[in-house]
Design a protein around this ligand. Structure first.
Ligand code: GDP
Ligand code: MG
Length: 444
């Protein structure tokens, strides 16, 4: 999976021309593989369940050939009204009051070749006390294939930032200056010019369009033959012709590619998230395993003290620990391989720790042992050392596995040095001692 995505990204970067259908096939395959990847630990799936749900719905969307267009913008700019105007029906509820649209709302619009265009309404951004809704709006438009960013005048700072974010996420974005009926022709021209200038780094001029989704009725005053003023109210039709035309050009040319690209971007984002979580999950599990073996070995030594120098020798528990750790990282190690790895590790640790292995460490372990348990004192100190030695061994093995069964450029010696330098010896010894005393006292 990960390699196929990498190929996909690579092709993206090198800019090789790929047919839209190929994009679609690639995206579909990548997504299915991600959904079905059995090597992803259940804990990681659970953590990313929202994303996996989303990717399943993206997969369905791709299969149905759906293209999603989302309206995005401040509350009250006319998002719901604009989508209604495109549909020519009152489907999405609108209101002069703030915050009429509470969640995500969608409606099939038109059928395009073999696919369907779906319009999606979102709650507004910039809404007081509406952080959750704002998050939702951002998420929806981030996932949509085309975003209509609406405004009703010059862009506020936060609108401009929102537009920047959208454009940077490689989305197809159209900026719609709505409520054009509120401006004179000249005002509108100037406003449009201002928007084109402000957004020249973000959008080409033909992606900035004026519209009036729900123009206010016009009041016309006429004077009749008798000289009386007569007020009549004239309903105005929505003005969305230019927007529709631009949208259709965009969709007919690139619709399916946009959908596929969008899905692929999402898949690769999720793929990266999965990879990061897997690393984290493995780390947590590995740490638990190491600590369990530390306790086992520590107890064993506390009950049957052995010469200190033997602590680093490969013992049965260490072999079991290494094999167990290998499994966490997806490697199956034979006992022979595990013993070989342990020999390398212990050679490094003995070489590095030789000098104070006998002196400093023992006195440190003894110092931290509590009085009142004098009979258990030496035994616990020895056990704590065994605990510590196992911990170091485990950390070394974990590093080797995490680098794909290799010491990498650092080599085993550098790796051992780094691990030793990164650990606070005294606090680990204290942890070890406390752990052992608890277990000895509790008899567990
Ligand atoms: N004058 C005018 N008012 C509009 C236009 N479009 C929407 N409105 C009004 O703006 C208000 C908010 O519209 P709505 O669609 O609910 O905005 P949303 O919060 O962005 O979905 C409503 O009272 C609409 O009638 C327009 O083109 N011209
Ligand atoms: Mg609305």
């Amino acid at each position: 999976m990960r390699s196929s995505l990498r190929n996909w990204r690579y092709r993206e970067k090198t800019g090789t021309q790929i047919k839209p259908e190929q994009h679609l096939l690639d995206a579909n395959r990548n997504i299915r593989e991600l959904i079905e990847d059995t090597s992803i630990p259940t804990s990681v799936r659970a953590e990313l369940s929202a994303e996996f749900e989303e990717i399943s719905s993206i997969s369905t969307k791709l299969r149905n050939g759906e293209i999603h267009i989302a309206a995005f913008g401040r509350v009250g700019v006319g998002k719901s009204s604009l989508l209604n105007a495109l549909l020519d029906r009152e489907v999405f509820s609108t209101s002069p009051l703030h915050g009429e649209t509470k969640g995500e709302d969608r409606q099939h619009w038109q059928t395009l070749k073999e696919g369907h265009v779906v319009l999606i309404d979102t709650p507004g951004i910039d809404e007081l006390d509406g952080e959750e809704r704002e998050q939702l709006a951002r998420r929806i438009s981030h996932r949509a294939d085309v975003t209509l960013m609406l405004c009703e005048g010059d862009l506020t700072d936060s609108e401009f930032q929102a537009l920047q974010q959208l454009c940077h996420s490689r989305k197809a974005v159209l900026l719609v200056l709505n409520k054009s009926d509120r401006y004179t022709e000249q005002e509108l021209r100037l406003l449009l010019q201002r928007l084109v200038e402000r957004c020249h780094e973000l959008l080409p001029p033909d992606r900035i369009i004026t519209a009036s989704a729900a123009p206010r009725p016009e009041t016309v005053i006429r004077v009749n033959a008798a000289g009386d003023e007569i007020e009549t109210v004239r309903e105005l039709a929505p003005e969305t012709a230019v927007l529709k035309e631009r949208l259709w050009t965009l969709l007919e040319k690139e619709g399916q590619t946009l959908a596929a690209l969008n899905a692929a971007i999402f898949a690769s984002e999720l793929d990266e998230k999965v990879a990061t979580r897997i690393v984290a999950a493995r780390k947590t599990v590995a740490e638990k395993i190491i600590r369990n073996y530390c306790a086992t070995k520590g107890l064993l030594v506390a009950l049957n003290p052995v010469p200190i120098t033997d602590l680093l020798a490969a013992a049965g528990t260490d072999v079991a620990m290494v094999i167990h750790l290998g499994e966490v990282y997806g490697f199956k190690l034979s006992r022979r391989e595990a013993s070989k790895l342990l020999l390398t590790i212990s050679a490094q640790l003995i070489a590095l720790m030789g000098a104070y292995w006998g002196m400093n460490l023992v006195s440190s372990a003894l110092k931290t042992a509590s009085a009142g348990l004098s009979t258990a004192l030496t035994a616990t100190a020895q056990g704590a050392l065994a605990w510590y030695a196992t911990y170091l061994t485990g950390k070394m093995a974990q590093t080797w596995f995490s680098r794909g069964k290799s010491w990498g450029n650092a080599g085993p010696q550098q790796t051992a040095r780094r691990i030793l330098a990164s650990l606070d010896r005294d606090s680990i010894l204290k942890t070890a001692r406390d752990d052992l005393l608890t277990r000895l006292k509790g008899g567990s």
